[in-house]
Design a protein around this ligand. Structure first.
Ligand code: GUN
Length: 302
C-alpha cells in the first residue's frame, strides 16, 4: 500500500515556523478576505482561512458582499483595502460570480498585497523565477514533496488540469525544481497513457475519481487536489460499492468529499495524498506564509 502524505503534519510544521516571525513583527500581520455571494464550498474555505489567522495571531477581516455585487463595487472595495496600511494581504476567494470580471478584480489587488500570487505581475515573477508570492496550493504541494523527501529533479511530472489557480503555477514550480513537466487537460488524447508515465502525478481537474488504477505508474507519487462533493447515496454507492462505513458517513454529514483520484485504486502508487487532509491544509498554511512575508516586506523586515 502507498505511503500516505499527511498534509496536516506539514501544515503544522509550516505554521510552527511562522510563529517566531509573527512575534518579531511590531504589529500583527493583517489579511482581508473577500467572499462574494453564498457558494457553500467557498464559505467553508473562507471560514478555515479566518480561523487559521486567529490561531496564528494574525488580524483578519472578512468582506462578504452579495452575489449581485458589480465589478465596479468590488474594484472600489479593493481600492480601499489597497490603501489601508494595516492590511498586508488581500485575498479574493475564487470563483467569482459569472457577471463579475474576475481578471479585472484580481488585477486591482496591488501586487504587494497579493497573497494568492494571482496578479499578472506576480505570475510574471513566477514564470521568470523572480522572488514573489506563489499561488498557495501549488507552493504547498512543493513543501509537501520537499518535507517528505520526494525527489523532483529529473523526474517526470504530469499535471492534470490547467487552471490559473493550480495547474499552470504547479507546472511552473515543478519545472523550476527541474522536473520534466507535462500539462494535461480535458482535451488531452490518451490521458491515462500520459499519466502512467508520471513519477509525480498531480490531479487538479475537478472530476471526481477520474484518476483510476491504469493512470498510475507503480511507485508513483500521486497528489490529489480534487475537492469534489458526492451528494447522493447513489453516487456514494457507485464509487464505494457495498461500503457501509462510507454510507453511514454520508448519512451523517449529508455529503462526502471525493478527490480527482479514485481512493480505492491507488494501491500500486508509492505515495498518495488523502482527501480530505492532504493538499487542503497546505493551501491555508501557505496563505499564512504569504501573509507573514507580505507584512515583513511592508514593515521593512525579513
Ligand atoms: N479558490 C480555490 N482555491 C483558491 C485559492 O487558493 N485562493 C483563492 N483566492 N480562491 C481559491
Amino acid at each position: 500500500m502507498p505511503r500516505i502524505l499527511d498534509g496536516k503534519v506539514v501544515r503544522d510544521q509550516i505554521l510552527l515556523e511562522l510563529r517566531p516571525r509573527v512575534a518579531a513583527l511590531p504589529r500583527r500581520p493583517g489579511l482581508a478576505v473577500v467572499l462574494v455571494g453564498d457558494d457553500p464550498a467557498s464559505a467553508i474555505y473562507v471560514r478555515s482561512k479566518v480561523k487559521a489567522c486567529e490561531d496564528l495571531g494574525l488580524y483578519s477581516e472578512k468582506h462578504a458582499p452579495p452575489a449581485t455585487t458589480t465589478t465596479e463595487e468590488l474594484l472600489a472595495l479593493i481600492h480601499d483595502l489597497n490603501q489601508r496600511p494595516e492590511i498586508d494581504g488581500i485575498l479574493v476567494q475564487m470563483p467569482l460570480p459569472r457577471h463579475v470580471d474576475a481578471k479585472k478584480v484580481l488585477m486591482a489587488v496591488t501586487p504587494e498585497k497579493d497573497v494568492d500570487g494571482f496578479h499578472p505581475f506576480n505570475v510574471g515573477n513566477l514564470v521568470s523565477g523572480n522572488p514573489g508570492p506563489r499561488a498557495c496550493t501549488p507552493s504547498g504541494i512543493m513543501e509537501l514533496l520537499r518535507r517528505n523527501e520526494i525527489a523532483v529533479a529529473g523526474k517526470k511530472a504530469v499535471v492534470v488540469g490547467r487552471s490559473d489557480i493550480v495547474g499552470k503555477p504547479m507546472a511552473l514550480l515543478l519545472l523550476h525544481a527541474h522536473a520534466t513537466v507535462t500539462i494535461c487537460h480535458s482535451k488531452t488524447a490518451d490521458l491515462a497513457g500520459e499519466c502512467r508515465r508520471a513519477d509525480i502525478l498531480v490531479a487538479a481537474i475537478g472530476r471526481a475519481g477520474l484518476i483510476r488504477r491504469d493512470f498510475i505508474k507503480p511507485g508513483a507519487t500521486v497528489v490529489d487536489v480534487g475537492m469534489n462533493r458526492l451528494t447522493t447515496a447513489e453516487e456514494v454507492e457507485a464509487v464505494f460499492p457495498g461500503n457501509e462505513a462510507k454510507q453511514a458517513e454520508f448519512a451523517r454529514k449529508g455529503s462526502l468529499l471525493f478527490g480527482d483520484v479514485h481512493p480505492l485504486e491507488v494501491d500500486e502508487a508509492g505515495a498518495v495524498t488523502p482527501v480530505p487532509g492532504g493538499v487542503g491544509p497546505l493551501t491555508i498554511a501557505m496563505l499564512m506564509a504569504n501573509t507573514v512575508a507580505a507584512a515583513e516586506a511592508h514593515l521593512g523586515q525579513g
